[in-house]
Ligand binder design. Structure first.
Ligand code: NAD
Length: 247
């Protein structure tokens, strides 16, 4: 069934792949993007809204006529001894609350939000975990703390005012357009830090292809739209690529 999609963060790495996946369905769906950054190379089949998630009016005006929202926006995860806590919480939590409220007000029935696999990480090895795994008492970092809060408000909103919600939890994402993972590894090499090894090379890490993550977002939106009490509603989904690799 065709939808009128709004991809929030649609100018980013994952957001652009979500747009590709919607196009690939060839089901007559329309695509709009909401992003704080102006589009560098706008596509002719996409309607663009430039705005800030922290401004409710910006978010609401982009919802007109939309039937499914896929919200991928977040500040990037930075490894820092002084992480930008206020930035993470104002966008990932308060900004997401604006999205939920705008969906309710504009009668948008479907909301899929990108979370992170890190929300259940304890910092210890995790093998064969599933979605029954609880949030740890202490998040592994401030970015993850904000993603946990984001996930909680999204899942708690399921079924309120006719909006069905779910979250998708990717681990590290790789693929064309990546701005964090491979560029970060290249920086490590450029700084000469590749000569150091911590541990005995048996730690495992899950890396997932961006096209698979984007596909999961579109499938989740389609499933939520099938029924007004979808079994997908109110659920978080861990995404993996299969076998983890040494990291
Ligand atoms: P990205 O930085 O490439 O894209 C994020 C987009 O959000 C950007 O286009 C940015 O302009 C937009 N944005 C940021 N703040 C905004 C605001 N206030 N208002 C409107 N738009 C705003 O990031 P990505 O790698 O595509 O990540 C997408 C999602 O996936 C994020 O939610 C991230 O937390 C999650 N995630 C990413 C990874 C990864 O390895 N990249 C891993 C796990 C989870």
């Amino acid at each position: 069934m065709p939808h009128s999609y709004l991809v929030i963060g649609g100018g980013g790495f994952l957001g652009r792949h979500v747009i590709e996946q919607i196009r690939a369905r060839k089901d007559g769906s329309t695509i709009a993007v909401f992003d704080i950054a102006e589009p560098k190379e706008p596509d002719t089949d996409v309607t663009y809204h430039t705005g800030d998630l922290r401004k409710y009016g910006d978010v609401l005006q982009a919802m007109a006529g939309i039937t499914a929202v896929i919200h991928t926006a977040s500040p990037p995860h930075v490894n820092s001894s002084n992480p930008p806590r206020d930035l993470y919480f104002s966008i990932n939590v308060d900004g997401t609350k604006n999205v939920i409220k705008a969906c309710q007000e504009a009668h948008v029935p479907v909301l899929v939000v990108t979370s992170s696999g890190s929300v259940i990480s304890t910092g210890e090895p995790m093998v064969n975990v599933d979605e029954h795994t609880p949030y740890p008492p202490q998040a592994i970092d401030v970015y993850t703390e904000s993603k946990i809060e984001c996930e909680k408000v999204v899942l708690a909103a399921n079924g309120i005012a006719g909006v069905q919600t779910c979250t998708i939890r990717p681990s590290a994402i790789f693929g064309p357009g990546d701005r964090q993972l491979i560029p970060g590894m290249i920086e490590v090499c450029q700084r000469g830090q590749h000569r150091f090894q911590i541990g005995n090379n048996t730690s495992l890490m899950d890396f997932t292809y961006v096209g698979n993550i984007a596909y999961a977002h579109v499938l989740a939106a389609e499933k939520l739209a099938l029924s007004s009490s979808s079994p997908v509603g109110g659920q978080a989904f861990n995404l993996t690529n299969g076998t983890p690799v040494p990291f």
